[in-house]
Ligand binder design. Structure first.
Ligand code: ADP
Ligand code: MG
Length: 155
């Protein structure tokens, strides 16, 4: 059950990254945790924009770097967008994350999660972005079989 599946894809512009994320957003049913890993400018927030659209949200998606978290209302689910880049220590955020993770009608997507990794469930989708040139990003997806449905239509 815990064995990990890997899938990968390269996008050649931001719109393609958003479209890929939008498909994943359409597959979400609530309770999922998605961790986004990359350097600054890797495309994490761009990906979240597509996720929100896939969930049917019209809300504006921006980097929550200074606020730590944003929430967007989708058609059926809420998307909780965390960015821990500026967070000095994880203590204060543990409870907030735990609350969000426990809600069946919410999806958690998190940038710069390293500092609070222990708060995340093992059963999560991790996407690692690598910039291969100015407009290209290599995306690697790691997820347990329990999340196969999230990748439906992609692999
Ligand atoms: P992060 O949240 O990882 O810091 P952002 O999504 O905020 O990254 O920024 C990514 C930047 O890279 C944006 O300016 C975006 O337009 C640009 N970009 C260029 N090519 C791509 C691509 N293929 N996928 C995503 N973003 C891209
Ligand atoms: Mg970002």
């Amino acid at each position: 059950m815990n064995s990990i599946t890997t899938w990968q894809s390269t996008t050649h512009d931001p719109v393609s990254t958003e479209k890929l994320a939008e498909k994943i957003g359409q597959n979400l049913t609530g309770g999922e945790v998605i961790e986004l890993v990359s350097d600054l400018g890797g495309g994490k927030t761009t990906f979240v924009r597509g996720l929100a659209r896939g969930l049917g949200s019209m809300d504006h998606v921006s980097s929550p770097t200074f606020k730590i978290s944003n929430e967007y209302q989708g058609q059926h689910l809420q998307l909780n967008h965390f960015d821990l880049y500026r967070l000095g220590e994880a203590g204060v955020i543990y409870n907030e994350l735990a609350e969000v993770i426990d809600q069946p009608h919410s999806v958690l997507v998190i940038e710069w999660a390293d500092i609070a990794k222990n708060a995340l469930p093992i059963e999560r989708l991790t996407i690692t972005f690598t910039q291969t040139n100015k407009q290209a990003r290599h995306l690697q997806f790691h997820y347990p079989h329990s999340l196969d449905y999230v990748m439906k239509g992609l692999n």
